[in-house]
Structures are given as structure tokens and as C-alpha cells.
Design a protein around this ligand. Structure first.
Ligand SMILES: Nc1nc2c(ncn2[C@@H]2O[C@@H]3COP(=O)(O)O[C@H]4[C@@H](O)[C@H](n5cnc6c(=O)[nH]c(N)nc65)O[C@@H]4COP(=O)(O)O[C@H]3[C@H]2O)c(=O)[nH]1
Length: 958
């Protein structure tokens, strides 16, 4: 606040000072202007006055000199007049010009005439003698040739000393005398000290020549010769000029100084007269702005000729303060200063007043603003309230839920308002329900238990909530989640009820769907694991109560994974849906069919009494699964494996029964699939074994636990080793050497077969190439491919990379595929096989004869070798059918230009049979079991020991 006040005061002071400054500036401006005008006027006046004085003085002086000229004219006219005449003539002149010290006649006197002259004069004055002034001493005149003696002299009184004075040698007069004689005019001397007054008065002498009458005066010489004397007048210059000024009426010279010099310049030596005005007040002070305060007019000078000599006259104006002559300017200055101060004071007051008013105004404005603000806030509040009310009204109007307002006091609670949502949900218009009782909306459905809660709420005038089954005008039902709440009037009394109805039919439906989804499999619509557990638990409870056993059957499709991987998930899903339907149609109403995920299904058969046709049902299931199935224009033949666990023998909880059925199903798979197995306690050990293997298998490759064995393939024609099949072994650190039949399928299921298979191919190629380099140049190596390996996208490229990396020529690599691998999806298989063939590798079909009877397809496959399954070879000498099949395979293969190799040859009879029927190569224990690389190399080395006769082949090792 102090700061503000200081600032305000500061602004007042500045405004006042500014006004003062402006006032002073204006004052000085006007003052200067007026001062200038007045000064100019004053200068003009000075000049007028000065000129007047100059004229008066010049004329006065000329006039005075003129008296001598008149006197001289008397002598020139009448000759030398008498002394008395001289007295008479000069008396009035001297009276008029008392400043004339003396008028005289100076006689030119020769030495010869001196004595007479003195005698003559002594008659009148006995003391008379000629005198001269030497060194300011007047004495008797020296003897000279001639004298210029003052003969007549008026007035005589006071001038006695001058009578008889010889002036011939007076320097002052000599020059003037000579000039006057030469010119014939009156000529004055310079300023001289007057003998009569002992130098008290400076004066000047004017001489005018007197010539001898009748003598020609032409030329200076003539005049010189004719000169007999001079008339002269002695003037007291200061007195003369004073008299002139006085008589001219300008004796008073206020503020003016007059100096008169008897010379052309203002020479102080020749100062004839001086009159000074009053001294300036501050004459000595030289201010930079002195002109402003003092009047200093330029001196006025005038030079004129007086009796043949130059005289100079100078009039100066005394330096006077401006206050003397500049009253107007002074008044302006004083008035301006005063006005400025007054104006500044006024402005100071005015600004102070304005500030005060402004302050008061702003205070009032602030008060008003505050009041306005309060008012605006009040208005805004009421607007907000109104807006809020309107908003609520609109919210009710646009609410998606039905809102009903009914009277709380009238009988039956008549409806007073329903919103548009009510009309939309119920189908009743507002007109149809207004005035009707609230309960009438319930129609005939009055017997619902929950209605009682609403009635109680109305009765007790409290909030209530109920889920009601309501009906629309068209009779359709909906679920109404109803809330009711009392509304108080301004006196706090309950006047109305507001009822909010939520049509939650969709929510109920959604909940039902969620419930269904929570308990059912989304793909097949079958019961899921949750519902299965629920139902199985119920069934167990029932079975316990009734004492009748129940079966839990675990169903798993055989090779479903292969279909899923090769045809894609969509095909897999389609297959599962078909299977689900088949399982449902193969079971009864009371039975539960559930899907656990993937291709795993669980069936629950309650009430398996001795009469119950359990085994028949199992067979029916297998038959229905085995029905041909069309998928993506391909015909598939499916089989499944099933495991059965029974209550109460195999478990008394849902979990244990499902688990045991699962274990039994695995056993069925192990048994060769497409079969079922009842659970036995021993199975669990196998399962545990499997689980352990699974874990170890994941790390086997990294731990370098796989090894490869080579089983020779021998040409039946030459008996020589032409190649070898690569067989994988797993050297488990605990379980020892594990056969591929135990882990290949598992590796396939776990997806591990691809990296394992790649390792096998690479190792085989490296080893074969090494043997090639060792000299066994024709050796061909056969490698088994698993289904997943076969269908991997980059198979051909990865094999090409391995061949390139190891340097093995492609035709020395033979890939063994099973019938099922190529028959499942023939077209895709052909594409893959062609890509492989392009590399140059050989293809052989392993275990030929055990799979589909799809011999007709063989033509379409780019294959090189058929490998007769060892089961046929085993049966050769026992089963005529087996022998016939072997003969047919050899014949068929040869007709297709394929080589045939028989595997599992153990006996010489088998060997002989095969040889007899033109089989190309054999492989089996008869020649060699699978061996490691070192042992195989020994076989190669021993090969040279083989003996071939006509009928029997003799091999080295057995
Ligand atoms: N009883 C009898 N058996 C004989 C005789 N000669 C050979 N064998 C056995 O017959 C199986 C021939 O292999 P496979 O049919 O391709 O059948 C193979 C093959 O399908 C698979 N397998 C082996 N190694 C690999 C591999 O590296 N990759 C893949 N994908 N599968 C492999 O495991 C199967 C079994 O291999 P192994 O147990 O080594 O069993 C081998 C071999 O040891 C004989 O005279 N009598």
C-alpha cells in the first residue's frame, strides 16, 4: 500500500513539475519575445535621442565657430577696426556665448615695430610688454623677426595675462595659423590647455586670417604675403558643449553617455567633452545571458568637420537592467512565474484530486464488481440449478431404462409419469398407464414371490428391489430388475415413489450363454472339463448310492496331430466337430460326452450293470470313428485309441477316473492304436516312465546323448554292402540305450523330431562322405524321415544345405518314408517328393505292405525303392499269403522300375526266397545288426571275405 501511495505521490509531483516546467518555458518564451520587442523599441529611441544630441552639438559648435567667422568678416570688410569697435562688436557675442573664453585680434608685428607698439600700449597700460610662454612660464618675449601679438582681447577681464602674448611660436597655433592663412578659412587647433584657467578647462582655438586690404589673395603664397594677423576665438569646449546641450533642451541624457573628441577618432587625448549617464547596476557582471537582463545598445558615432578639423562624437547607451525599460516583459516574467507556480500547484491539486477520485472510484468499482460477482455467482448458481434440473429431466427422458413416478399417498399408487423408455420397453403408451395403479403393470403375473418385497417397500415407504418376470403389452416376457425409492417433498414428507425398471433380459441371456460356455466346449458344443467333472461327480454319487459301476472312457484320435499339421487347423476343427457328433450319436442320452481339448474326448457311462452293453458301445464308437471322412476333397480313414477306467475299482473321484482312463488310452496307443485298453494298476508305472523320458528328451540333443548305428544293406546279386540304414539310439544316462520305437513317436509329438532328424541327416552325410573318401565310394546311406519332418516347409532346402555343407553327392542319400506319410495327403506328398527328387536324392517307401492298399498311387510318386516290411519277411516260410505278398511287391516294384529291398532278413531261407524272387537288396540280422561307425567300417573291410556260390550267399559276420 505504501509503495502504491509513494507511486501515486510521485506521479502528482511529476505532473506538477511538468506543468511548472511548461509554464516556465512559456513564460520565458513570451518574456523573451516581449523583451526583444521592448529592447528594439528602446534601441530605436536611443538612436533618436542620440541623433538629436549629435545634431544639437554639431550645430551648436558650428554656430559658435561661426561667431569668429563673423568677427573675421568684420576685419576683412572694414580692415583693422579700432579697439573700441572690437569691444563693441564682440560684447554681444560673448554675452551670448559665455563659453567663449576670449575673442581676440592677433597682430603680425615685425621686430622693427615692437618698440612703438609697446610704447603705444603702455599708454593704456604702463606694465604692458610683449610676453611669451616658455616651459609654462610666461615671460617677456624674446627678440624675434616678427611676433603674433594678441592685440585686441575681449573680454579683457580675466584674460589680462593673455594681452600682449606672442603666439607666433605656439606649436598649437602655428599649424592652424598656417592652414588658415593658406586657405583663407577659419581653422581650429586641437585641444589645448587654456592659459587663463591654468589647464582647468580644456578648450580649442579657432583662427581666421586677416589680410591686407586691396591685395590679391589668389594662391597660398599671395595669402601668406597679405596676412597681417588673425582673429581668434578661444572656446572652453566642455562649457560650450554643455551650453549647447542645455540650449538644445537635451541637457538631460538619461541612460546615455556622450563623448566628443577633437579628432577624427575617439582619441582620449582629444576628449573635448564627456557626459556619462547613470552607471549600470551590474555593469561588471558578464553573464552568459546578460543580454537578457541588460540593455546594451550599439554606441552611435558621428564624425564632422569643425573649422577645418575632424571632430568625432560618440553616444553610448548605458548598460541598464531590463527592469528599467522592460516593464511589460517584467510583468510577463513575474506573471508567468506566478502563473506557472500556481498552475503547477493547481495541477498537483488536480491530479491529487483525480487520483483520490480514481481511488474512490476504483474502490467503489471493486465493491460493485464484488457485488456483481456475487450476483453473477447467484445467477450462475440458479442457472446451474435450473440447467441441472433440466439436465436431470432430459436424462430421465433419454434414459435407456424405464422410469415411473407414482403418487405415494393416493390409493393404489396411481402412476403420474412414465418416460419414453418405459413406453419402448413395455409397449404401453403413457396415456394408457397414467392414472393406473402401479401394481396393474404386473398384469396376471401377481403370484411371484419377489412382488411381495415391492409391496412391503411401498407400504413402509422405503427403498426396495426385486427381480420380476414382467410382460409387455404384446404378451412377451422380459426380466425386470426393479428398484423403487421414495421421494420427499419440500417439507420432507414422502409424496412420490420413483420406480426404475431395468430390462435385463439380454443380461440374463448373456449370463446363460456364459454359463453354457463355462461348461461347454465352444468348438463342439460338448461338455467341457468343468461340466465333465461335475457330471462325473454326480454320476459317482449316483453309482455309490445305487451300487452300480460306471465307466469313464478316454478317447484319443490316432494320428490327429498329423492331420492337423498337414491340412491345417480348420480341417482339424472340422474333423473334431464330425467326431463329436459321431461320439454323441454312438452314445445314449444318459451318457456324457465331453471334450477336454485337442483330440481328447471323455465319455461317462453310468449304470454299467452286467447287462449293460459296455463293450458293444465301445465297438460302436470305434466303428463310427472309422467311417470314411471327406476333408478338403480327401477321403480319410480315422481310428481312435480308448482307455477305460471303472468305478469303483479304478478310482472313486472324477480326477482319478479320468487320469486312469487316460493312462489306459496310452497303453492302447502303445498297443498299436485303433484299440481300447482297460486300466490296470501296472500301467501307471509305464506312464511315469514316459513322463520321465519326455523331460529328458528335451535336453538329449544338447547333452549329446544321441548316437547313430548303421545297418548294412547288401546287394543280393553281388553280396556286397551297397549301403546302410541309419538307426538312431538314445544313450540315456540312467536308462541306458533306448530304442527309437520308445522315443521317436514322443519326439514327434513334442515337435523335437525336426532338430533331432536334422542332426541325424547331417551326421549320416558326414560319415558317408568320410567313408567315400576312405575308398568305399559307392556307399549309399538311408535315413528315416518322420511325418513332421516330411511336412516341414524347408525340408528340401535344409537337405540341400546339408549336402552342400558335407559334400556328399545327392544320389548317395536315400530318404525313407512310410506309406501313411505319403498317402494322407497325396498331392502335397507328390509336391514334396518332387522337390526332393530335384535335389537328386533317392526316395524309398519303408514298411511297404502294412499300410493302405494304395498300390495304384505308387505310379504317381517319384520314388526309387520299395522296402518290404519285415513282418512279411518273417512270415515268408510260414505264411503263404506273406510269401505271395512279397512276390507281388517285388513284381510290382520292378514293373514300376523300382528297386526292392527286404528288411528283417534273419534266416538263410528268407534270403534264398528273396533272391529266388528277384529281390534286389536285403537288410537284417542275418547279415548284421545295426552297429556303430567303427564296427561298420570293420564290416566294410571284411567284405572281401564274402564267398558267393550258385545258390547260397555266404556273408562274413553273422
Ligand atoms: N527283429 C528284427 N529287427 C530287425 C532286423 N533287421 C533290422 N531290424 C530292426 O528293424 C528296424 C528297421 O527300421 P525301420 O523299419 O525303419 O523302423 C525304425 C524307424 O521307423 C524308427 N527309426 C529308427 N531310427 C530313426 C531315425 O533316425 N529317424 C526316424 N524318424 N525314425 C527312426 O524306429 C524304428 C525301429 O528302429 P529299430 O528299433 O532300430 O529297428 C530297426 C532294426 O533294428 C532283423 O533281422 N530282425
Amino acid at each position: 500500500m505504501d509503495k502504491l501511495l509513494r507511486r501515486v505521490r510521485f506521479s502528482f509531483t511529476v505532473s506538477a513539475l511538468l506543468t511548472l516546467f511548461v509554464g516556465l518555458c512559456l513564460t520565458m518564451l513570451v518574456f523573451t519575445a516581449i523583451r526583444k520587442v521592448e529592447s528594439d523599441q528602446q534601441k530605436i529611441q536611443f538612436r533618436q535621442n542620440a541623433n538629436l544630441r549629435i545634431s544639437v552639438i554639431e550645430i551648436g559648435l558650428q554656430d559658435a565657430v561661426e561667431q569668429l567667422v563673423i568677427l573675421n568678416q568684420l576685419f576683412r570688410t572694414f580692415g583693422i577696426i579700432t579697439r573700441e569697435q572690437f569691444h563693441t562688436f564682440t560684447a554681444p557675442i560673448l554675452k551670448r556665448y559665455p563659453e567663449i573664453q576670449a575673442l581676440s585680434y592677433q597682430r603680425l608685428l615685425r621686430q622693427t615695430d615692437r618698440h612703438n607698439f609697446e610704447m603705444e600700449m603702455r599708454r593704456r597700460n604702463p606694465d604692458f610688454m610683449l610676453t611669451e610662454i616658455v616651459n609654462d612660464q610666461q615671460r617677456r618675449a624674446s627678440i624675434r623677426d616678427y611676433y603674433n601679438v594678441i592685440d585686441y582681447l575681449e573680454p579683457s577681464i580675466g584674460n589680462e595675462a593673455a594681452l600682449g602674448l606672442d603666439t607666433a611660436y605656439n606649436n598649437d597655433q602655428t599649424l592652424a595659423r598656417q592652414r588658415s592663412r593658406d586657405t583663407g578659412n577659419a581653422v581650429s587647433t586641437g585641444l589645448i590647455s587654456l592659459a587663463q584657467h591654468k589647464g582647468l578647462h580644456s578648450g580649442f582655438l579657432v583662427l581666421a586670417p586677416v589680410y591686407l586690404q586691396g591685395v590679391p589673395l589668389d594662391g597660398a603664397t599671395a595669402r601668406e604675403r597679405a596676412a597681417i594677423g588673425e582673429t581668434s576665438a578661444v572656446f572652453r569646449s566642455d562649457q560650450l558643449i554643455n551650453t549647447i546641450l542645455r540650449s538644445g533642451g537635451v541637457a538631460e541624457a538619461t541612460g546615455m553617455g556622450i563623448s566628443i573628441y577633437a579628432s577624427a577618432q575617439a582619441d582620449p587625448q582629444n576628449l573635448a567633452f564627456q557626459q556619462s549617464g547613470p552607471k549600470p547596476v551590474m555593469e561588471s557582471i558578464k553573464l552568459p545571458v546578460g543580454w537578457l537582463f541588460y540593455d546594451n545598445a550599439e554606441p552611435l558615432g558621428h564624425t564632422f568637420t569643425l573649422a577645418g578639423n575632424e571632430w568625432h562624437l560618440e553616444v553610448i547607451q548605458a548598460s541598464t537592467p531590463f527592469t528599467v525599460y522592460h516593464h511589460g516583459a517584467l510583468y510577463v516574467l513575474l506573471g508567468g512565474l506566478l502563473s506557472s507556480v500556481l498552475a503547477a500547484a493547481y495541477v498537483y491539486k488536480l491530479v491529487l484530486r483525480i487520483a483520490t477520485v480514481e481511488h474512490e472510484t476504483s474502490e467503489r468499482a471493486a465493491t460493485l464488481q464484488f457485488a456483481n460477482l456475487r450476483l453473477s455467482e447467484d445467477i450462475a448458481l440458479s442457472l446451474r440449478t435450473e440447467k441441472s434440473l433440466r439436465l436431470r429431466e432430459r436424462v430421465i427422458e433419454v434414459s435407456a431404462n424405464a422410469i415411473i413416478i407414482c403418487s405415494a399417498n393416493a390409493p393404489d399408487y396411481p402412476i403420474e409419469y412414465v418416460n419414453p423408455a418405459f413406453e419402448r420397453i413395455t409397449g404401453y403408451s403413457a396415456d394408457e398407464v397414467l392414472g393406473r395403479s402401479l401394481e396393474s403393470l404386473q398384469g396376471n403375473s401377481q403370484d411371484q414371490q419377489n412382488i411381495e418385497e415391492i409391496r412391503a417397500a411401498l407400504r413402509d415407504k422405503r427403498e426396495g428391489h426385486a427381480l420380476l418376470r414382467n410382460y409387455r403389452k404384446d404378451g412377451t416376457g422380459y426380466w425386470n430388475d426393479l428398484f423403487i425409492a421414495p421421494v420427499q417433498d419440500e417439507h420432507g414428507l414422502i409424496s412420490h415413489f420413483v420406480v426404475a425398471q431395468y430390462d435385463i433380459s439380454a443380461v440374463m441371456k448373456y449370463e446363460a450363454e456364459m454359463e453354457f460356455q463355462a461348461s461347454h466346449d465352444t468348438l463342439t458344443g460338448l461338455a467341457n472339463r468343468n461340466l465333465l467333472r461335475e457330471r462325473l461327480t454326480e454320476a459317482i454319487a449316483d453309482a455309490e448310492r445305487s451300487g452300480t459301476p460306471l465307466w469313464v472312457v478316454f478317447v484319443d484320435l490316432d494320428r490327429f496331430k498329423f492331420i492337423n499339421d498337414t491340412l491345417g487347423h480348420e480341417a482339424g476343427d472340422a474333423l473334431l466337430k464330425v467326431l463329436a457328433m459321431r461320439l454323441q450319436s454312438a452314445t445314449g442320452e444318459a451318457d456324457t460326452v465331453a471334450r477336454l481339448g485337442g483330440d481328447e474326448f471323455v465319455l461317462v457311462f453310468p449304470n454299467q450293470t452286467e447287462d449293460a452293453p459296455g463293450l458293444v458301445v465301445l465297438q460302436r464308437i470305434m466303428d463310427s470313428v472309422a467311417q470314411p471322412l471327406m476333408l478338403q476333397d480327401h477321403e480319410f480313414y480315422l481310428t481312435c485309441s480308448m482307455g477305460i477306467a471303472q468305478y469303483p475299482g479304478d478310482g472313486n473321484t472324477a480326477e482319478s477316473l479320468i487320469k486312469h482312463a487316460d493312462i489306459a488310452m496310452y497303453r492302447a496307443k502303445e498297443m498299436g492304436r485303433n484299440t481300447f485298453q482297460f486300466y490296470t494298476p501296472t500301467m501307471i508305472e509305464r506312464t511315469l516312465d514316459r513322463l520321465s523320458i519326455e523331460t529328458d528328451l528335451r535336453y538329449a540333443l544338447d547333452r549329446d546323448e544321441f548316437v547313430i548305428q548303421y545297418q548294412p544293406q547288401v546287394s543280393l546279386a553281388t553280396g556286397r554292402i551297397v549301403g546302410m540304414e541309419v538307426l538312431l539310439r538314445w544313450e540315456h544316462p540312467v536308462l541306458g540305450l533306448i530304442a527309437p520305437t520308445r522315443f521317436i513317436g514322443l519326439a514327434e509329438e513334442m515337435g523335437l523330431i525336426v532338430p533331432i532328424g536334422a542332426w541325424v541327416i547331417r551326421t549320416a552325410c558326414i560319415q558317408t562322405k568320410a567313408w567315400h573318401l576312405a575308398g568305399y565310394t559307392d556307399l549309399r546311406v538311408a535315413v528315416n524321415l518322420s511325418p513332421r519332418q516330411f511336412t516341414q516347409k524347408a525340408l528340401a532346402q535344409s537337405i540341400a544345405d546339408v549336402l552342400a555343407a558335407t559334400g556328399l553327392e545327392p544320389h548317395f542319400l536315400e530318404l525313407e518314408l512310410t506309406e501313411s506319410m505319403i498317402m494322407n495327403d497325396v498331392d502335397n506328398a507328390i509336391t514334396i517328393l518332387r522337390a526332393l527328387k530335384q535335389l537328386g536324392v533317392h526316395i524309398s517307401i519303408d514298411d511297404f505292405g502294412t499300410g493302405y492298399s494304395s498300390l495304384s498311387y505308387l505310379r504317381r510318386f517319384p520314388i526309387d525303392v520299395l522296402k518290404i516290411d519285415q513282418s512279411f519277411v518273417n512270415e515268408l516260410n510260414i505264411d503263404a499269403d506273406a510269401a505271395a505278398i512279397v512276390i507281388a511287391i517285388i513284381s510290382l516294384a520292378h514293373s514300376l522300375r523300382l528297386k526292392v529291398i527286404a528288411e528283417g532278413v534273419e534266416t538263410p531261407e528268407q534270403l534264398a526266397f528273396l533272391r529266388a524272387h528277384g529281390c534286389d537288396q536285403m537288410q537284417g540280422y542275418y547279415f548284421s545288426r545295426p552297429v556303430n561307425a567303427e564296427q561298420f567300417e570293420l564290416l566294410l573291410q571284411q567284405e572281401s571275405g564274402a564267398i558267393i556260390d550258385d545258390n547260397v550267399l555266404y556273408f562274413g559276420p553273422h
